[in-house]
Design a protein around this ligand. Sequence first.
Ligand SMILES: C[S@@+](CC[C@H](N)C(=O)[O-])C[C@H]1O[C@@H](n2cnc3c(N)ncnc32)[C@H](O)[C@@H]1O
Length: 292
Amino acid sequence: MPFLLILLLLALIGLFLYWQLVWAEGTYLGKRPVAWLYNLVAHRYNDIKQYADEDDARYLGEPLALSLQGTPDPIVLDVATGTSRLPLALCRQPLFRGQIVALDNARRMLHTATDYLRDYRDRVTWVWQHAVPLPFDDDTFDVVTCLEAFEFMPNTRDALRECLRVLKPGGLLLVTNRVGSGRWLLFGKTFSREGFVRLLQAFGQIDVTTQVWQYDYDLVWSIKPDENKTSEVSPAPLRYGVLRKSFESLNPSELLRCPKCGTPFDRTGAALTCRSCGRRYPIGTDGVIELL
Ligand SMILES: C[S@@+](CC[C@H](N)C(=O)[O-])C[C@H]1O[C@@H](n2cnc3c(N)ncnc32)[C@H](O)[C@@H]1O
């Protein structure tokens, strides 16, 4: 009898660990265990996921590139970029002429990403940092994306708030909402379809559109309202043309702010040094800017 009890106990512990570490990917344990688990699987992440390039072009690359038509030199931020599936889909679009900042807190995922995107290294800047707080000023990016990641972060609302803070007024937000039967095993971490739309609307987002995508995820598109936009104002491309530096002269690392004090950096060799507090953040040999 005690033997059976021990067996049952071991089975329960096994199930619990499977749920915490495999199904929930460490999300109830905090952001560092999540990053640690992603680092473990980084080298075979794409083999596990088996993304189809045509689908990523159709659902991600093409609509994003089209939405940026008319915005000169757009800058896109991909939060929790993983192995940079979205940057790759976008860079492959001939219509897309912008730059992408790709951020993640799993260093090895970023290293793998730099390898996958070696043909586009001049278009993508990789940043090793948590999603909250994001190391950028308010209203910086034309598009902010975050795919398949909110449920693995400590707090979806905080992450969403950060994404919207750095998005320009009138900018496009593309995020995913975890759906599918397995979402019940991530209780407290997911939202119903309606609940997620309500959440975005509560943040003031407009034109919220849910698009059924993969079995586990919906794509959710929305716009950050632009209070200054009236019919008298000149079209966005003209306004941005005046306000923004040109693509040739903009180095996306100039957009970064010191995570400790929010000040811009100076680039000194293979590092960024904060102009105010003097903290020094290395740039890896693979080009990843290491803010963590
Ligand atoms: C399922 S993967 C999705 C990757 C990519 N967006 C895609 O669609 O392929 C989740 C990613 O979120 C990242 N992540 C999880 N929590 C994070 C956080 N708090 N800050 C930054 N990245 C995070 C993980 O490191 C991992 O790369």
